[in-house]
Each structure stands twice: as C-alpha cells, then as structure tokens.
Write a protein that binds this ligand. Structure first.
Ligand code: IPD
Length: 264
C-alpha cells in the first residue's frame, strides 16, 4: 500500500532516472523535432524519450494508474493519476541553459499528494508529500515569509501564443514597478521550487498547464506557500499565483484589476 511519502519516493526515483538518461543523451545542439501550440513551442526527440521512459517505469510498478503527460496526453482512468512533464523548460534544454526539469506529480482522487522536480543541470531534486513537507538534499524547505510586495522578487513565465504574450507584457508593465524585480527562469516547475527554497518570494503566470505546476506547486505549498488563482478560484491554466500568505494576497490584489486572463 503506497503512502504519500512512498509515492514521492517513487516519483523521485523515476525523475532521477529520466534526468540521467537526458544528461547522457543530450547532444550539444538538440534538434527541434516538432512544434505544438506555436512555432516556438518546441518538442525534441528527448522530450518524447523522457516521457516514454517515465511511462514505462510507472506502468511497471503501477499498471492500473492513469497518466497525463505533456507529450503523450491522457491514458488510463485509475484513482491514482501521474502528471508528467518530461522536460519542463524545453527551450532552455534546446539552448543549453541550466534551467530545465523533469517534473512528476501523483494525484489521488484529484488531489496532488506527492511530487518530485529534478532540476537536472543543477543536480537538485525537490520532493514533497502532502502533509509531510518539502525537501531538497535532506533539508526541509521553508518559503520566505513577511516580504512586502515592493521588496518581493517575483518569478513569472510567458505562454507561446503571440496574443497571450501581448497581454502578459501589458500585465508585467504594471507588476515590474511594484516589486523588487522579476525573474523569467523558463521552467514553471523550477520557479515554484524556487518559491519553496526562498530563492524568489513569489510566482505568477497566466496559462501554465497541470504538468508545469502540479509537482512544483505541492513543493511550494509544503514549504509554507499559498497557491491559488484569481478571486478565490483554484490555481490552474487561468492564473496561478504562489507566495507566502500575506504576499500572496498583495500580489493577487495587484494582478486582479489588471485582468490577466483577458486573452481567453
Ligand atoms: C513552459 C515553461 C515556462 C512557462 C511556460 C511553460 P515547457 O513549459 O514551464 O517557464 O512559462 O508556460 O509552457 O513548454 O518548457 O514544458
């Protein structure tokens, strides 16, 4: 019988194995194999190979579970669902920038209960189990608290569609003067782990997908952060905001009147 902790251990094991494969096989200049939502939304052969490895490992130990993967879509319909981003930060992977991750979350009855985010180039694997905490290299993580909005370092990201980016830039133009500074790392999973580790104070993004935020979101929450959407709605592809309580509300109240979902 799996517990949330054993699910997290399994997710970590598989995310480490995918990371080792990607490190071993990444050519000096990976080629774009395909594009998805826009010409800049790329897929490499190793995105697919990583997801295949992860799916094979999950099926070997948990054959009845459902899996949602960024590249392979939804399979199965068990109470337990694995949410997989085989490479979060594919553009960084393509360019050789050190900010991409393998992200694996486990959901039970629709609630994320465990997650692992392997930020492969940094050799850092973040893990979390619901109610049990968030961890990096044996250290329990705690997000920054008591940071006012005007001192907050805020991570964000952008979608791939030009219309969405135009709105994201307009929103950013109002956020940037109100905060300490902005970081655009290029991997939402890693950004959320950075909230957990206190490397940024908060994160917001319009449009991230379940595979981008599920594991990292649990890591952040288990480190004391709050995660949510606009006006009390749950976080998700609408808007995802994540920060310690207090800063969360300040960031929310800055964003809400800017109508960041208006490209929908
Ligand atoms: C992307 C990254 C990026 C975020 C985008 C995501 P991908 O994921 O997480 O930071 O801004 O919204 O789509 O495409 O590299 O897996």
């Amino acid at each position: 019988m799996e517990t949330f902790v054993t699910f997290a251990q399994l997710a970590e094991e598989i995310a480490r194995e995918a990371g080792e494969m990607l490190t071993a096989k990444r050519p000096a200049r990976p080629e774009v194999l395909d594009t998805k939502s826009s010409p800049t939304d790329v897929v490499t052969a190793l995105d697919r190979a990583s997801e295949e490895l992860i799916r094979t490992r999950i099926r070997a130990v948990r054959p009845d579970d459902a899996i949602l993967g960024e590249e392979g879509g939804s399979t199965g319909d068990g109470r337990v669902r694995w949410i997989v981003d085989p490479i979060d930060g594919t553009v960084n992977f393509l360019y050789g920038l050190p900010e991409w991750a393998v992200s694996i979350a486990v959901e039970v009855d629709g609630e994320v209960v465990a997650g692992a985010v392997n930020v492969v180039p940094r050799g850092e694997v973040f893990t979390a189990a619901r109610g049990e905490g968030a961890w990096l290299a044996g250290e329990r993580l705690r997000c920054n608290t008591g940071v006012p909005l005007d001192r907050a370092l805020i991570a964000t990201g952008f979608g791939y569609a030009a219309g969405r980016r135009r709105v994201q830039a307009e929103v950013l133009a109002e956020v940037l003067p109100a905060v300490r500074d902005i970081r655009r790392g290029g991997s939402a999973a890693s950004d959320l782990c950075s909230v957990a580790a206190g490397r940024v104070d908060g994160y917001y993004e319009r449009g991230p997908k379940a595979w981008d935020y599920s594991a990292g979101g649990l890591v952040a929450v288990e480190a004391g952060a709050r995660i949510g959407g606009l006006n009390g709605r749950p976080h998700g592809p609408g808007l995802t905001i994540c920060a310690a309580p207090g800063l969360f509300e300040e960031l929310h109240d800055l964003l809400a009147p800017l109508d960041p979902e208006r490209d929908a």
